[in-house]
Write a protein that binds this ligand. Structure first.
Ligand code: FPP
Length: 243
């Protein structure tokens, strides 16, 4: 493995982009791109787990993605459903993974059966420790911060908190990613160089890596490339350059 011996980012976040273009290039419908994208998601989870990444976060469906056609939204929801059913099935056959799953994003507005499956998958995997996987569904970074701010507001209203007691730590603890380290590396394939409302708070000191490859073509070797590029960066967190 080309990344043997290098220090790994503890938390990698990935914007799975380019599914539509991948399908179009092949004369296929967009949903075929998402289907292939979901396979690549599984493959990258397995590979990241093998090499020892502790936290992996994927952007699967944003709050803005509801604007897509009913058929496309339905197809992405079906892929999620399938993944959740498959996870249950594999566990029943004792072939479950060591992943602890967390769905980040608003449950409101999601199909009720998927919310049930997501809650159940989180509960069943709660004692797993090998690798944490976050799947962002109905997720928006600004909405996440607003949600946390409202919770703080409620605590103040109840007299449990004073406004001056609001700290970065207190707000972080109310985000969907509470208790997890911030991402060290954010990867966006498909040539786009935007954050698109992903992990807005958590990305404050993240390193960004962009790649032209479309997500359905993304391979473990592409992940290695991103990790190698990350390893060469000098992370200063606002301090001075290391000697
Ligand atoms: C962005 O590509 C991709 C999405 C909006 C959907 C991603 C969802 C999946 C890969 C399936 C998720 C399923 C599981 C099990 C996690 P795009 O459609 O915007 O691509 P384009 O920019 O080329 O049009």
């Amino acid at each position: 493995m080309p990344i043997d011996g290098i220090s790994l980012p503890q938390h990698i976040a990935i914007i799975m982009d380019g599914n539509g273009r991948w399908a179009k290039q092949r004369g296929l419908v967009r949903t075929e791109g998402h289907k292939k994208g979901a396979e690549v998601f599984r493959k990258i989870c397995r590979y990241a787990s093998d090499i020892g990444v502790r936290y992996l976060t994927f952007y699967a469906f944003s709050t803005e993605n509801w604007k897509r056609s009913k058929q496309e939204v339905g197809a992405i929801m079906d892929l999620l459903r399938n993944y959740l059913f498959e996870m249950e099935e594999r566990e029943r056959e004792n072939e479950g993974s060591g992943y602890r799953i967390r769905f980040i994003g608003a449950r409101e507005g999601m199909p009720a059966d998927i919310v049930e499956l997501m809650d159940a998958a989180e509960a069943r995997s709660a004692d797993k420790t090998h690798m944490h996987i976050n799947i962002a569904v109905n997720y928006g970074g600004r909405a996440e911060i607003v949600h946390a701010a409202r919770l703080l507001g409620e605590q103040i209203k109840a007299g449990a908190l004073q406004p001056e007691e609001i700290t970065e730590e207190r707000l972080s603890a109310l985000l969907y990613t509470a208790d997890q380290p911030d991402p060290d590396l954010i990867i966006r394939p498909s040539g786009e160089q935007r954050l698109s409302n992903f992990l807005v708070w958590q990305s404050a000191y993240a390193e960004f890596y962009y790649d032209d490859v479309l997500w359905p073509d993304f391979t473990p070797e592409d992940l290695d490339k991103a990790i190698l590029a990350y390893a060469k960066r000098d992370r200063r967190f606002g301090g001075v350059q290391s000697q």
